[in-house]
Structure formats: structure tokens, C-alpha cells
Ligand binder design. Structure first.
Ligand code: CP3
Length: 343
């Protein structure tokens, strides 16, 4: 198996900088669109054969160094008893948002094996299919990011309901975070036991918090998840979107790999994170709209700066956008493989 990605996660010597991309399976791929034209998104996530098929598409088409389970961070939230829909226009919608203690009390901690069997089945299928190829990454949302969706009922611009609960109903907020964390630990451990060889925790919205609030309201729960999951002895990657202002705190979450967005220079991120973690990132997804030579320059700069880290895994700073031309994504992966060779 090509274990370059896993070696980089652990900070071991590699022949070249490995690369995979957040949202590498998705709407920019005609092959994905073709599967999606027959089924809606949630049905696709819950059908192990189809979910495995779309997981493998970018491995075949792009030649990335890792596969990531096809699912969504909100799938286990549905299993906690919330009604989930995906609308073409607004993205995820949770129809009865959590606004008080009674609503948190009603949330159930799912028995992950019984209530989310399709996730583990997809992983088992993938491990068989991927045997001699690349490692499989499992994932979940971080407690804070999941809590924002549960409280707002969807994506938000100001996160006023989340912050109001944090500041006015602090005990209820902590109670919600505790329940989400209690769900996440067995969910991620279950993925690892089913065959996931690394896990990534997505904190897409932690960057909306002031550093002191991140430390108080978001960090303790994600640190508990990471601490428990690390006992399974597979690498844990922590992605924090808009991380620049909170990177000092993010370092304390305890992940093996920290994945950073593009708003921070990767050289600065490496300085702040130190030599104990592997860094992942951090090309702006919109750089894929640049002419080929300009894209290549940006990739080379990140690769060069990445050499200062304990180890570097190339990725985007956030997911591939649906409008992205596939040829550009293929060119990006080739460029990383060509210029990321270690002598
Ligand atoms: O290839 C992969 O990265 C694996 C699959 C994956 C998806 N979502 C598929 C998806 C992963 C790892 C996620 C994580 C996820 N989901 C996050 C964290 C990463 C991030 O983007 O910040 C978040 C916040 C979500 C919630 C979510 N799911 C939103 C806000 C949306 C709608 C907006 C959008 O970006 O599309 C989704 C839908 C979604 N998740 C799609 C895919 C392929 C598009 C659904 C479709 O086919 O119509």
C-alpha cells in the first residue's frame, strides 16, 4: 500500500509530500454528478455501495494519496434525533433547532453500530476495495461545529443563536457540547475499528470565536474527543477553518496533524504550531481557477515552506468548490507529486 500519507501523519520520513483534498469527492466531478442524478445526497450517504463508489472516484481520477469516507458531518446529528434535510439552495437544514435545556434533554446518544450501520459498512467495503492502494480517512465534525448547526438549524452568517446560548445559557450550552462529545467518541472509535486508518475532525466554524471564547467553549470538548480517540493508535487530524487567530489554542487540542486554511501563511502557522505536529494545507480552493503556471508557483511556495514543519501533507485550505474544472484538480495533484519529491 502507498502509506506516504500515514507516514507523514506520524512525522516519519517520506519520499514525497502526500496530497489529498477536502471534498475530493463531490459535485465538481461529472462521475459524482452522474451517481447523484439518481439519488439524493442523504440516500447516497446511507447506501454503502454507492458511498464507497463515490469515495473511490477521486482516488482513480486524481491519484491522491488518501481516500476519505463519503458521508457528512451531520449524519450522526440526525441519529441524535434531529430532522435533517439538504436543500439545493440553503444546504443543510435541521428543522427544530436546539434553543433550550428541554431540547438538549430530548437528544439521544445513538448506539452508533445499531443506528449508523451504513457508515461502518461503507468503511469495510472501502478497506477491501482499497487493499493495495491508499489509506482510508474517517471523519466527524468537531463538537463546536456540530453544536452551531444544531443551535442555528443550518448555516449562519452571525451565529447569534449559538453565541447567545454560550453567553446567556452557558450551562445549557455546555450540556449540549457534552452530549455531542459523548456521541462523537464512540462514533470515531467505531470508524477506526471498522477500518479507518486515520480520522479528521472538522471544526469549520471554530474560527468565528474570539480566542478566549474558543478556549472556554470549544477547546475542552474537542480535546476530550482527540484524547479518547488517540487511544486507538491511529493519527488524528484536526482541521480548523479560519484558524489564524486561535492557532495557539488549537495546538493544545492535542492532534497529531493540524490542518490550516489559506488565510494564514503556512510558514507562520508552522512557527506557531512548532515541531511536534504535522501540518496539512493550505492552498486557497480558488487558486484552482488560476492559469496553470500561476497555480504551479503557489503550490511550489507551499511545498517549499512546508519543509520547515515536522512533516507536511498537501491539501486545500477548505473543500474543492463545485465550479472547479476537473483538469485543474488533476494538474494540482500532479504538480504536488512532481515538485514535492524529497531528496
Ligand atoms: O470528499 C469528502 O471530503 C468527503 C465527504 C464530505 C462531505 N461533507 C460531502 C458533501 C465531508 C468530509 C463533508 C464534511 C462537511 N459537511 C463539513 C466540514 C467541512 C466543511 O466543508 O467545512 C460541513 C460543514 C458539512 C455540512 C454540509 N454538507 C454543508 C454546509 C453542505 C452544503 C454546502 C456544500 O458545501 O455543498 C453539505 C453538503 C455536502 N456534503 C455535499 C457533499 C459532496 C454536496 C451535496 C450534494 O451532492 O448536493
Amino acid at each position: 500500500m502507498n502509506d506516504t500519507f500515514l507516514r507523514a501523519c506520524r512525522g516519519e520520513a517520506v519520499d514525497y509530500t502526500p496530497v489529498w483534498l477536502m471534498r475530493q469527492a463531490g459535485r465538481y466531478l461529472p462521475e459524482y454528478q452522474s451517481v447523484r442524478s439518481h439519488v439524493d445526497f442523504l440516500t447516497l450517504c446511507k447506501n454503502p455501495k454507492l458511498a464507497a463508489e463515490v469515495t473511490l472516484q477521486p482516488v482513480d481520477i486524481l491519484g491522491v494519496d488518501a481516500a476519505i469516507l463519503f458521508s457528512d458531518i451531520l449524519i450522526p446529528v440526525e441519529a441524535m434525533g434531529m430532522r435533517l434535510e439538504f436543500s439545493e439552495k440553503d444546504g443543510p437544514v435541521l428543522s427544530e433547532p436546539i434553543r433550550n435545556r428541554g431540547a438538549v434533554e430530548k437528544l439521544v446518544i445513538p448506539d452508533v453500530e445499531d443506528d449508523l450501520p451504513f457508515v461502518f459498512e461503507t468503511i469495510r467495503i472501502l478497506r477491501k476495495e482499497l487493499q493495495q492502494r491508499v489509506p482510508l480517512i474517517g471523519f466527524a465534525g468537531a463538537p463546536f461545529t456540530l453544536a452551531t448547526y444544531m443551535i442555528e438549524g443550518g448555516t449562519s452568517r452571525t451565529f447569534v443563536n449559538t453565541k447567545r446560548m454560550m453567553f446567556q445559557n452557558t450551562a445549557v450550552f455546555h450540556y449540549l457540547m457534552e452530549k455531542v462529545t459523548d456521541m462523537l467518541v464512540p462514533y470515531l472509535i467505531g470508524q477506526i475499528r471498522a477500518g479507518a486508518q486515520a480520522v479528521q475532525i472538522f471544526d469549520s466554524w471554530a474560527g468565528i470565536l474570539a480566542p478566549a471564547d474558543y478556549k472556554k467553549f470549544a477547546l475542552p470538548s474537542v480535546r476530550r474527543v482527540i484524547h479518547e480517540v488517540k487511544k486507538e493508535k491511529v493519527p488524528v487530524i484536526y482541521f480548523v477553518n479560519d484558524c489564524a487567530g486561535i492557532l495557539k489554542e488549537v495546538k493544545n487540542a492535542g492532534a497529531d496533524v493540524v490542518s490550516v486554511d489559506w488565510r494564514i501563511d503556512i510558514a507562520d502557522a508552522i512557527k506557531k504550531l512548532g515541531k511536534k505536529v504535522t501540518i496539512q494545507g493550505n492552498l486557497d480552493p480558488c487558486a484552482l481557477f488560476l492559469p496553470r503556471e500561476k497555480l504551479e508557483e503557489k503550490v511550489k511556495e507551499i511545498l517549499w515552506k512546508g519543509e520547515a514543519a515536522k512533516s507536511h501533507i498537501f491539501n486545500l485550505g477548505h473543500g474543492v468548490l463545485p465550479q472547479t474544472p476537473v483538469e485543474q484538480v488533476i494538474a494540482l495533484v500532479d504538480t504536488v507529486h512532481t515538485f514535492g519529491k524529497r531528496g
